[in-house]
Design a protein around this ligand. Structure first.
Ligand code: SAH
Length: 364
């Protein structure tokens, strides 16, 4: 048993089974034993990799989209350039390098990072230097035009899972086996107002997920963008809304049992973009249509950028550059399962690469 498994087992013994969200929160962010609190999972020999770690092109192209949105909004100066869940700081470094080509933009940018992990804050300081500010949440970001990035952040937020039972739902909980090991189980069925709208598109036994923290975060971002201008680019794997069990553990680049080694494996779930878009609209901002990552990067010109970068390369470096391009965009790799959504002011067009949500068909 990991030290965290011992702690959780004692907590469950005393207070009964816990929700998947409580379990996930402890596994990822427990101050002493949490997965993110204690390590850099993206480093060499780490457990997983992400788009900005695969190629500089990802950050360059998202940076260009933000830069054009900043120009289109009249170059507000100063402005907050923020990232939530910045990992090793690679995406922000690529964005900062890119916006240096835009007169006045880098000088106007105040970099603010929302990061829960002390280990990753230290890594971000190494990458970006001391001229950035850290926050525990969105709420403390300065009140100013906000240009924000979130890549693979929302998938790390704790989810609750429910299994359809008649017109009610059983919640998946974490309890203990007779031998005292952590073991998933189900609560008794009960009706749930928050899932009333899912009775229409689910059948007996179907699993649906909700991420209670996602909408408040999206709402806080959108409220700032509605008040001060700006844009948020959100990229993650997932879809409009979930159907099925997407809760997964990854350790050493392979999927693992999410209950086997709490604190030692990354836990994620697919991101639902519908509640993020709905929260943004509630807060008075606009949400774009959801677009697959591959399509977004094509629209932003990845083919031309990839060709330009390839000119300086040969041998294994060229091979790896071509593989990275394919990995980011190909529908069989990250191109289709990863989606992107932009939040922007109602009186502004979506940032380049994004299209407005279709007015009549966008489900709220
Ligand atoms: N965006 C980076 C890293 C993705 S990993 C990349 O694309 O490479 C998820 C990141 O979100 C990590 O930096 C992790 O520490 C951070 N994180 C997870 N949960 C968080 C929370 N509740 N609040 C703030 N940061 C969080």
């Amino acid at each position: 048993m990991t030290p965290l498994a011992e702690l959780l087992a004692r907590r469950i013994e005393a207070g009964g089974p816990i929700t998947l969200a409580d379990y996930m929160a402890e596994c990822l962010l427990h101050p002493q034993h949490g997965y993110y609190s204690t390590r850099d999972p993206l480093g060499r020999g780490g457990d997983f990799t992400t788009a900005p770690e695969i190629s500089q092109m990802f950050g360059e192209l998202l940076g260009l989209s933000l830069a054009q949105a900043w120009l289109d909004q009249g170059s507000p100066t100063p402005f907050v350039l923020a990232e939530i869940g910045p990992g090793r700081g690679t995406l922000m470094a690529d964005v900062l390098r890119t916006i240096r080509a835009v007169p006045g933009m880098a000088a106007a940018a105040q970099v603010h990072l929302v990061e829960a992990s002390p280990a990753l804050r230290a890594r971000q300081r190494e990458t970006l230097g001391p001229q950035v500010a850290w926050h525990d949440g969105i709420e403390t970001l300065p009140e100013a035009p906000l240009f924000l990035l979130a890549n693979e952040f929302f998938d790390a937020l704790p989810i609750r899972q429910f299994v359809r039972a008649g017109t009610g739902w059983c919640e998946r909980l974490v309890g203990l086996s007779p031998e005292g090991a952590l073991q998933p189980g189900l609560s008794a069925p009960a009706p749930l107002a928050a899932l009333a709208h899912r009775l229409a598109d689910t059948a007996e036994g179907d699993v649906v997920e909700i991420c209670p923290a996602a909408a408040p975060i999206a709402e806080a971002i959108a409220a700032r963008i509605a008040r001060h201008g700006g844009a948020a680019l959100i990229v993650d794997y997932g879809g409009w809304h979930s159907l099925g069990d997407t809760f997964q553990a990854v350790q050493g680049h392979a999927t693992a049992d999410p209950f086997a080694a709490p604190g030692d494996a990354d836990l994620t779930a697919h991101v639902d973009f519908e509640p993020i878009a709905a929260a943004a609209r509630r807060a008075g901002a606009a949400a774009s249509a959801m677009v697959p990552q591959g399509v977004l990067l094509e629209r932003l010109g990845i083919a031309a950028r990839a060709e330009r970068l390839a000119r300086g390369l040969s041998g294994p470096a060229l091979e790896s550059h071509l593989a990275a391009h394919r990995r980011l965009t190909h529908p069989g790799e990250m191109g289709r399962v990863f989606k992107a959504l932009a939040i922007h002011p109602q009186d502004q067009p979506p940032p380049p690469g994004f299209e407005p949500a279709p007015r009549l068909t966008a489900p709220e």
